[in-house]
Design a protein around this ligand. Structure first.
Ligand code: GRF
Length: 204
């Protein structure tokens, strides 16, 4: 399984998906090639974006399956059929079970809009604003069985301004995501990321 063959998983708008596609077009994704979009919401805008970009998609409704294991087994079968070596979660709003985690251990990454371990889970931007932190940001991490608990690969900070609303802060965080995620995905696709315990190191 080459880590250069990528499936992006997304449930919503897909602006990070679009940023990854754009990075690939501009030669900023290293050896990375986005081979597939996986979405649990066939009606989500991200599906349209994939179609426009000419990227195949696997659109499955979890409720059409007997359970989460069966849903994920169908995804794993398709990933293996396409020889996918790296799973990139980009706004995929589900926890991953061992059915997907085990065959892809160390090969699933996620992006989260806070400096983890602060503000894990839903609405990280709202959580940060409510808490009153002056600094938040973006984390890219390996995925484990928990909610935003896997080893951190890269983080970038974003200052919270006194006049910030959830929308204005989200906008600045998104801009950082669009730059950081392609950089990290390129590093993994090029084999430059190593993991020792919880410590991930990006070489070069
Ligand atoms: C991003 O903020 C990402 O950090 C979080 O979900 C959001 C997805 O947005 N995991 P989009 O679908 O990429 O526009």
């Amino acid at each position: 399984m080459a880590q250069s063959r990528i499936a992006v998983f997304a449930s919503g708008q897909g602006s990070n998906f679009a940023a990854l596609v754009q990075a690939q077009r501009e030669g900023r994704l290293g050896a990375g090639r986005i081979e597939l979009l996986v979405s649990d919401k066939p009606e989500a805008p991200v599906a349209q974006r994939a179609e426009e970009a000419g990227i195949p998609s696997l659109l499955l409704r979890p409720k059409d399956f007997a359970g989460r294991e069966q849903y994920e087994a169908a995804i794993v079968a398709e990933l293996q059929r396409r020889d996918i070596g790296l799973v990139v979660l980009a706004g995929y709003m589900r926890l991953i079970s061992p059915v997907l985690l085990e065959p892809y251990v160390g090969r699933i990454v996620n992006i989260h809009p806070s400096l983890l371990p602060a503000f894990a889970g839903k609405d990280a931007i709202g959580q940060a604003l409510d808490y009153g932190v002056k600094l938040t940001g973006v984390t890219v991490h390996f995925v484990d069985g928990g909610m935003d608990t896997g080893p951190v690969i890269a983080q970038r900070s974003v200052e919270v301004q006194p006049e910030d609303t959830a929308e204005s802060l989200a906008e600045r965080i998104h801009q950082v995501e669009y730059a950081l995620y392609p950089e990290v995905v390129a590093a993994i696709a090029d084999g430059r990321v190593t993991l020792n315990g919880r410590k991930a190191v990006i070489a070069g």
